[in-house]
Design a binder for this molecule. Structure first.
Ligand code: NAD
Length: 483
């Protein structure tokens, strides 16, 4: 039998406590009237054991392409080399660019130092330092590449403002470190300002990440929607969830243009597995986000309100049980039973959920941007060298392409040649900047390749290079500290 409200989803029961909390969650959804046609797939430990290093069984991809929605319990990532994070693989394969994590405190029923907290963290999910592009370049130096892109930033920031508009949030905040990373974080901040101007009814603010984090940890009720680049979002979403009272309470959504994945924010808690004591609330809250995404807002409202009533009635799993506040300590199954008994009830003191009956997923459209004119202004050549910088400078000056000059040498970003400070600590990794001898004159890639060849012949082979480009006349590279 099919009905208008039937939805097909893919379910992965995960590892550790995963199977128990998934069954409790599905039982609640079914009792609440969610008409779900479920395809089950295997992800995680069982798949790793078969020698599949992605942790995803081959048929899983087809199921996800069919249903476009995955409800996933936590997965144990095996220690040691060779195994990939299943989460990262799924997010990147399907372009799940937005991670949405509501962080709400349920005080006074679950103790929290920040009773008024009701914040949504929207984390960019695909880029930044998470590309995993890493290299060891010298004896001393290891590098991870941080990539911030214009479309990636625009997409997540627009998503955050659309989310704020949809859910009547009053303010969107971002944190960056653009006082230091002027190009990467600076771009994120600049795009944030551009997009904020298109949403005049929503307050927009930017904080430098260090003071912003301090404010989030001490006065989280000041924030409403927080949109963050990947690494900052990864760290701060756990901080925010923890200060609501427990990481065991929060769910999250990973949204792409086509496919979406819903989960709890916590892990597989192996020591609790098989004991019927884990709290299913995080996965249940992830499932509520899924129901809203599926256009089943009334079921989502019913489930969340029954859950809020259970919390209000003090029926708590051991992780949130507090003497004097809780009334009954229950296991996973009994907690699910208590939620099911309260379906149709509305909480008295906690803020009741009220999702629109149906709503379309938020879709973000990127603006076309004109292609800027890119001009070559030089090259940074990175070398491995052990010795005095004056000697390195002299050797390079003796092997210059006639059209180029050595503008400076820096070590870990600090200019050390010419006229460096004797006190600067140096490692074996030197960035040598070459630009036209006559400022503003044209140079070609062939001139730069010739410079590399000359250095190689002088016993100074390059370990990496970066082109120095201007875009519409604006330099797309940083100056060195001390330059
Ligand atoms: P964890 O979240 O599993 O556990 C942290 C602490 O919280 C533990 O004390 C645990 O007992 C408790 N806890 C977590 N969920 C709970 C729940 N539902 N009810 C009651 N208590 C709960 O984090 P961890 O120990 O760092 O990681 C365990 C495994 O989970 C690792 O293999 C890790 O890679 C994996 N992990 C998976 C995901 C995911 O699949 N999304 C996320 C995080 C960690």
């Amino acid at each position: 039998m099919t009905s208008e409200n039937r939805r097909r989803i893919t379910v992965a029961q995960g590892d550790g406590i995963g199977p128990e909390i998934m069954e409790a969650t599905l039982r609640i959804l079914t009792a609440a009237g969610a008409d779900l046609e479920i395809e089950r797939i295997k992800l995680g430990a069982q798949v790793f054991e078969q020698g599949i290093t992605s942790g995803v069984e081959p048929g899983a991809w087809d199921s996800l392409r069919r249903t476009k929605v995955l409800l996933k319990a936590p997965i144990t990532t095996p220690q040691g080399g060779g195994f990939k994070s299943v989460n990262v693989t799924i997010r990147k394969t399907f372009g799940l660019y937005a991670n949405i994590r509501p962080c709400v405190s349920y005080s006074p029923f679950i103790p929290s130092q920040h009773p008024g907290m009701n914040l949504a963290i929207i984390r960019e999910n695909e880029e930044d330092l998470y590309g995993g592009i890493e290299h060891r370049q010298t004896q001393d130096v290891f590098q991870t590449l941080k990539l911030i892109t214009r479309p990636g930033s625009e997409r997540i920031i627009r998503y955050a403002f659309e989310y704020a508009r949809r859910y009547h949030r009053r303010k969107v905040t971002t944190f960056t470190k653009d006082n230091i990373m002027k190009l990467s974080d600076g771009t994120f901040h600049k795009i944030f300002d551009e997009i904020a101007a298109e949403y005049p009814e929503i307050e927009a603010e930017h904080w430098i990440i260090d003071i912003g984090t301090a404010k989030l940890a001490t006065a989280p009720e000041q924030f409403d929607v927080l949109v963050l680049p990947n690494l900052y979002g990864d760290i701060l979403s756990d901080v925010a969830a923890e200060i609501t009272g427990s990481v065991g309470l929060a769910g999250s959504a990973n949204i792409g243009d086509e496919i979406a994945m819903f989960e709890a924010i916590h892990g597989s808690a192996p020591p609790l597995a098989g004991q019927n004591i884990a709290n299913p609330s995080g996965l249940l809250m992830g499932a509520v986000l899924m129901l809203v995404h599926l256009g089943l807002g009334s079921v989502a409202t019913r489930v969340q309100n029954a859950w809020l009533c259970t919390i209000e009635d003090g029926i708590h799993t051991p992780d949130i049980y507090t003497d004097g506040l809780s009334t009954k300590e229950v296991g996973t199954d009994a907690f699910a039973d208590a939620v099911i008994e309260r379906l149709g009830h509305t909480p008295e003191r906690l803020r009741a959920a009220d999702y629109p009956a149906t709503e379309e997923p938020i879709v973000v459209r990127l603006k076309d941007r004109p292609i800027e004119i890119k001009t070559l202004e030089g090259i940074d050549i990175f070398l491995e060298y052990r010795g005095a910088v004056e000697e390195l400078g002299r050797r390079i000056e003796d092997h210059l392409n006639p059209l180029l000059t050595l503008v400076m040498i820096s070590n870990r970003g600090q200019k050390v040649y010419p006229n460096g400070a004797a006190e600067t600590f140096c490692v074996d990794h030197w960035r040598c900047r070459f630009q036209p001898r006559i400022p503003g004159s044209t140079i070609t890639t062939a001139d730069l390749i010739d410079q590399l060849t000359r250095l190689d012949a002088a016993g100074l082979p390059f370990i990496k290079t970066e082109g120095l480009y201007a875009f519409d006349g604006v330099p797309g590279y940083s100056l060195s500290q001390g330059q």
